[in-house]
Design a protein around this ligand. Sequence first.
Ligand code: IPE
Ligand code: IPE
Ligand code: MG
Ligand code: MG
Ligand code: MG
Length: 326
Amino acid sequence: MEAPNAARFFLYFCSSILLFFGFSATLRYTFHLMLKDVLIEGRTIADAALERLLPAGTAYPPSIHQAMRHSVFAGGKRLRPILCMESARMVAGALPAGIEDLGAALEMIHTYSLIHDDLPALDNDDLRRGRPTCHVAFGEATAILAGDALQTYAYEVLARLRCPAEARVKIIEEIAHATGTIEGMIGGQVLDLEAEHTRPDAKTLEYIHRAKTGALITCSLVTGCYYAGATNVETQRVREFGRSAGLAFQVADDILDVTQTSEQLGKTAGKDVAVEKATYPSLYGLERAELMAEQLINTACSALDSFGARAETLKAIARYLVERKK
Ligand code: IPE
Ligand code: IPE
Ligand code: MG
Ligand code: MG
Ligand code: MG
């Protein structure tokens, strides 16, 4: 009797293990598919809104409109519109009507920051989103003006958002602040440039990354909350999520710079080492930087626990932010 029982137990044990791994592999596969759909759907919605909102390339004067379109429609991942829309969906249960215009405005501002980031006076890059940078294709003066124009045009779009006026004003303030000099994108860019060829301490590096990149990521999520009419408590949790996920995003950008090729990234790889930029891999080493990005994503995800199953999509996007290959 002993031997068959042991054999049966062994069989049960093996089949449960197989079932468990089969089940979790299926779950992972389903989730992977779901995330892919969310990213594709978000990108399609954002692209359509940008196409509808931006002046045609033929609009007078055509050179500036062509330059704006050259940089906007060059295969960006549209992560800020996607984060904005998914944050609103998590709060409201569905995409609120007209949210894509907010996403498009965020993407215009992000693209303006990229055009200026690439200028000879800043990072001096000639490849962006798989294309020659704006100043290489259109000249420096037009590129500066195309960045400016994308920013001012974004505010025109924001002023017309189809949400309650109070939310609209809060959205505009949030975006202006996140891209400004106090813990915002421009402040971060200034410090990033001043830190070249130096070795800033960990606190300064964290500040730079939170400001130059994290602030606009957080702002995309928070403005999605405002648009969807979230409570203060809900918005605060989303802000905490964005704070960690936004920093992790720039850590991942630093990591990709040293692990991927220019062809894969669509922008010049190895650039940070060449000009001795202050980055997480340069300060902590690649392995530790990867671990830190992962830990930041875990912290980010736990900030959304109170949303339950509704937070699964944003959590999956957060993991993608650090697992992406471009
Ligand atoms: C690149 O941002 C610039 C950073 C803030 C690190 P993305 O990696 O989102 O670039 P695109 O929009 O997909 O081109
Ligand atoms: C860019 O940081 C941050 C902003 C554009 C505000 P990086 O300089 O690291 O971005 P990439 O690597 O050129 O995209
Ligand atoms: Mg830069
Ligand atoms: Mg750069
Ligand atoms: Mg970079």
